[in-house]
Every structure is written in C-alpha cells, then in structure tokens.
Ligand binder design. Sequence first.
Ligand code: TYD
Ligand code: MG
Length: 442
Amino acid sequence: MASKLRFVCNVCGYESGKWYGRCPSCSNWNTFAQFKVEDKKRTSYAHSDEVAISLEKAYHIKTSSNSRVSTGFEEFDRVLGGGVVLGSVILLSGDPGIGKSTILLQLALNVSNMASRKVLYITGEESSDQVKMRIERLINVKDLEKRNLFIISATNIDQVLEVLSKEKPTLVIIDSVQTMESKEFPGFPGSIPQIRNATSSFVSFAKKNQIPVFLVGHVTKEGIVAGPMLLSHMVDAVLYLEGEKLSETRILRAFKNRFGDATEVGIFIMKEKGLLEIKDASSYFMDKKNEKVPGSCIAVVMEGTRPMMVEVQALVVPSGLSFPRRVVNGISEKRVELLLAVIQKHVKIPVDRADVFVNVVGGMKILENASDLAVCLAVVSSFKNKPLGSTAAVSEIGLLGELRNVSNLEKRMSEARKFGFKNVLTFKDFKFLNEVIPFIPI
Ligand code: TYD
Ligand code: MG
C-alpha cells in the first residue's frame, strides 16, 4: 500500500503535505510533526463502499421516523430533539466533575435494558472496576444483571474501532475523546491532532454503521475553544452539562443540534444515586413561602420552548465602602449594574450607597433580559424592606427606564397563572419602571 508523508501542527491541528517552520494557520513556530499515512487506509472509513452519486429529487428522498433511540430520560431526549438519531455523533462537554460520566452511564443503563440492545461504554479515564463502583451507586446489582452493558477500558482508538466494527452495538459512549490515541498519529493523547483524528474516525464509524456515538469532551484549561469547540463542526450535536459545583442543579444545554432545536434545555439534580430529572422546573426554582419576605420576586424565563418560573432574590444593605459591593449569582453582573443605575436615576432610590447582592434560586442561570423587571422589583423590595407578596414580573428594561417587549408573553403568562399568580406585571400594562412602583405593595 502506498504511503506518504504528511505534517500536522501540534497546536492547531493544521495539516499539510509539506513541513513549515511556522504554522500558516496559528503562526506558532516549530510545531510541525511528521506522520505517515497509507493512502487507502486514511480514506477507508470515509469512502469505503463507494457508491456512484446520483441526483435524487428532494420529494422522493425517504426519511425514517423510527431512526431515534430514547435515552430513557425525557429531559435528555428533549434536548436532542426527541432522542438519539441513529448514526449521529454527540459531543458532551462540561467542567471536570460536573457529572458527564455519571449521566452517560445512567443513559447507558437505560438504553441497555433490552436484550436486543447492546451498549458499549469505552473508558479511557477510569479502570473497569472504578466504572463498576460508580454503576453500583446508580443501580442495584440485581438490576444490572439484566442490562446489556459492556465496559471496555482502553485508549487505543484503532483497537477500539476494531471492536466496535465487530460488535455493532446499539450505542457507543467514549469517555473521553481526549484520552483516545492512535499510534499512527503524532502527538500525545489530548493534543489537537489526536483529538481531531479520534473524532473524525468516530464520525466515520457512526455514519457508516448507523450507530450513535457519544463523545465526552472536557473543557481544557485554555477554555472550551481549545478543546471540544474545535470539534463542533465535525459532530452532529454539541451538548454542555453545566452547573455550580456546590449546587446540585445541572442544566443540559444544546449549543448545536443538527436534528433538533438548539435552544432546548434539560434540568437535572445531582443526588446520591446519580442525576434525577426535574420535569416540573417551576416548582423547583421557586419557593412560594418567600412571598412574605422582602427582596424576592418571581421572573418567568424561557428555557428553550418552555416557560419557567424562577425566583430572583436581592439583598440591599447600607454600605460603608466608597465602592459598594455588587455580588451577583445566576445572572450577568453587568446587567445588574445597569439595572441598578436605572433604579437610581428613574426610581430615585440611592442604591449607590448600598451593597447589593442578587441571586437566582436553585443554581439556575438566567440568560435573557425578560427578568429585568423582576430583578428591579426584588431590589426595590429589599431596599424598602417590604415583601412583594404573590408577584411575578416579565419585561426587559431599557436605559430610559422604559419597559420593553419580550417574546412568548402568552406562554409565560399561562405558566404564571398555572402557579396561581394573578398579579403578573408586564410591559403591556406599564410604560416605565417608575409607573410600576406604586402598584407593588411597598
Ligand atoms: P462525574 O460524572 O465523574 O463528572 P465528570 O465525568 O463530568 O468529570 O461526576 C463526579 C461528581 O458527581 C462527584 O463529585 C461525585 C458526584 N456524584 C454524585 O453526587 N452522585 C452519584 O451518584 C455519582 C455517581 C457521582
Ligand atoms: Mg468523567
């Protein structure tokens, strides 16, 4: 078989037929390493079983509606757009220790609960007995016997692919893509050329065999760009499991999804026996008892297509500091600073002389501005030391103190009504923030 030399940059993965002293892509010096490729082998996955291409009228192309496998988690399925598409490659990323291995093991246990379904979990990070110990936390051993789950502890990707091609499982989990290494490729495991090679090999395997593959990708020290994001164009979906380490809430978010809506989220909590899905998110992120406490207001935010009630808490206390403190959790700090300036100017409350703490309950992160009004009302309520009662608020706030339109108002209102909120303050009823203040019980 003919082989030829190729060169790859160890930093950015740029590949070329000739050697460069300085990488033309990332401009780093002396980063090129040489490797040999056998012409046929390199292309064997992508182009084997070549079929002549032909035109096909869009109307006549057949789609199969059964081409998804359920993960056994409603929350996970929704994020994927209704389950795992056969032959798709899904990258699951997130901080170390956040629960990636745990959630995928649970998924593996769910999927492998039928004799006709075989799941292969390839672990390059932990030994098989470590994985077994984790499984024992998640499920009792009697139930495990019925699961068709197989663990392989390996890092050699060429060996792994050989086993996968022979076994043809229903689902494959690779934990993690950073530990997979090909001896035919330069660079240490986790280096960009190795990660790229591993990903493209798994993509070819998945497409050729119509077997879905999950890849775990850690966020590296340099940030997400250096690791998993580099691969996002190669895979079908990029999911991110996020949450504060100290809180038990975990949010599964899609950043890219070729087979569904990339704005959907799944909500879980990390318990002793693994991750538990939260289907009724509103009651989890809101505590009705706090209605009687100053500084609490309910926002109705959209997470994907779902409205969700979230409690925003504020604590405003006189400050002795020349630069009063602003401590914000679960919402952009810059956004809160802007809202404080609006309160100062348009509601004439001297928050510039107060320390302000703002927190979103339950470790939830609010990413949209529809919660602006709730944040302002929570701050005003704490400042005045008067509770708001059963009040929910939905509106963006502009620099002029004006209440601005937000999307999906009807969906948000009906969620609020479902939870017994009669008093929902919105941009429909008020033009400016200072007009809202007389209507709240302070
Ligand atoms: P893990 O899945 O190993 O994280 P990752 O693969 O993203 O690095 O999660 C590890 C954390 O989860 C660890 O701090 C222990 C905790 N955990 C639980 O709280 N309950 C459980 O049932 C399991 C298995 C782990
Ligand atoms: Mg792990």
